[in-house]
Write a protein that binds this ligand. Structure first.
Ligand code: ZN
Length: 366
């Protein structure tokens, strides 16, 4: 199944061989930072603000002229850089951007549900399990690559996650693996927290819970994650962002664009922080991907199996273990199930468990 499904595509075949060969050699990166952007579309990433939504006043409640001034330009290259400057000025130059469908470079979820729990489960277990079919699904029975890495020498207790959505605790099954998976409402534990960690703990209880129970704003999640990174030096840090999906479901395109723009600022801030710290500098890879896409036109607010195009995603990667191919403009097909083995391969491991695991993506440097 894996051979026919994952290996027979143009850009993947050669590079997968490169990664397989490299698995025998020391990994170029010792550490990994992963961002997930819940339901952020490939369209805004690769094309910038979407005029069909941006100029519709119904989707821009605050000040549409201000939103247009911030994010619009008739030139697609200027427009996308206005929205995500770090992606287009730094990641496009030093890393690899997969999923611009205008070039026939396709990234899709393999699962048939096109929503959040199944999307994350596929990405982190490397496996589409059709039984995982609900956001209310209990603890994930499938083993994920984060807990696999946590069991490798030098990584135990050094693989941590911070999420804006409480379901991530079930998706990663922290009940089983006892990893730190920080979710809304939970403070960083410990007697000797840094000043930044104490502040982050405080801030999460002083912001409005505008998305309801079980969720918090991404700035809160990021503050907790960054303060923990600086104080405790985890080897693998997973930051799960949720603002984009929530604002999109509310039909607030201005806030949705802001959320994408601020996520880009978080990528920049974490990257610069990593490069100023000898523990991370030049030995840490960065990955960014969503859990699913969303629809087009008036369907942009939604996603799921009945909403066309919400299986369309992307993968952004940068770091010493990533081949610097920039925006990939050749035809290809990548699936979300390939991310788990990609994460393992970047650290020099091969993820094998009771269920099948899809091959690594072809982003790994030779
Ligand atoms: Zn989602």
């Amino acid at each position: 199944m894996k051979i026919t499904k994952y290996s027979l595509f143009a850009f993947g075949a050669m590079t997968i061989l490169a990664s397989a060969a490299r698995a025998q050699q020391p990994a170029k990166a010792r550490n990994l930072v992963v961002f997930l952007m819940d339901g952020y579309r490939w369209r805004e990433l690769f094309e910038g603000a979407d005029s069909s939504i941006l100029f519709d006043k119904k989707y821009n409640k605050i000040d549409s002229a201000w939103t247009v001034a911030k994010y619009w330009d008739s030139d697609i290259h200027i427009r996308r850089r206005k929205l995500m400057p770090f992606v287009w000025e730094t990641m496009a130059a030093k890393g690899q951007l997969l999923g611009n469908r205008n070039y026939g470079n396709f990234v899709n979820v393999e699962n048939k549900y096109w929503f959040s729990y199944p999307g994350r489960s596929e990405a982190f277990t490397g496996y589409y399990d059709s039984a995982v079919n609900s956001n209310e699904y209990p603890d994930n029975p499938n083993i994920n690559v984060l807990e696999f890495i946590d069991q490798q020498p030098g990584y135990h207790g050094k693989v941590v996650s911070f999420a804006s959505w409480d379901a991530v605790a079930r998706i990663l099954n922290r009940t089983r693996n006892h990893m730190l998976v920080n979710i809304p409402g939970e403070d960083l534990p410990g007697e000797s927290l840094s000043p930044q960690e104490k502040d982050a703990n405080t801030w999460q209880h002083t912001l409005p819970e505008i998305f309801g129970k079980g969720e918090r704003l991404d700035a809160t999640t990021y503050a907790l994650a960054k303060s923990y990174l600086m104080a405790s030096h985890p080897r693998v840090l997973y930051i799960d962002l949720g603002d984009n999906d929530d604002f999109a479901h509310q039909g607030d395109y201005d806030d949705y664009l802001d959320a994408g723009h601020y996520a880009d600022a978080m990528f920049k801030d974490i990257w610069n922080t990593l490069q100023q710290d000898p523990f991370y500098k030049d030995q840490t890879d960065l990955l960014v991907f969503p859990d699913h896409g969303r629809g087009t036109g008036s369907g942009w607010t939604s996603h799921g199996a009945r909403v066309a195009h919400s299986d369309e995603t992307y993968l952004l990667a940068m770091g010493p273990g990533i081949a610097p191919r920039g925006e990939v403009k050749s035809a290809g097909q990548l699936y979300q199930a390939q991310y788990a083995q990609t994460m393992a391969a970047l650290l020099g491991f091969h993820f094998a468990t009771a269920h099948p695991v899809a091959d690594a993506a072809g982003v790994v440097a030779k």
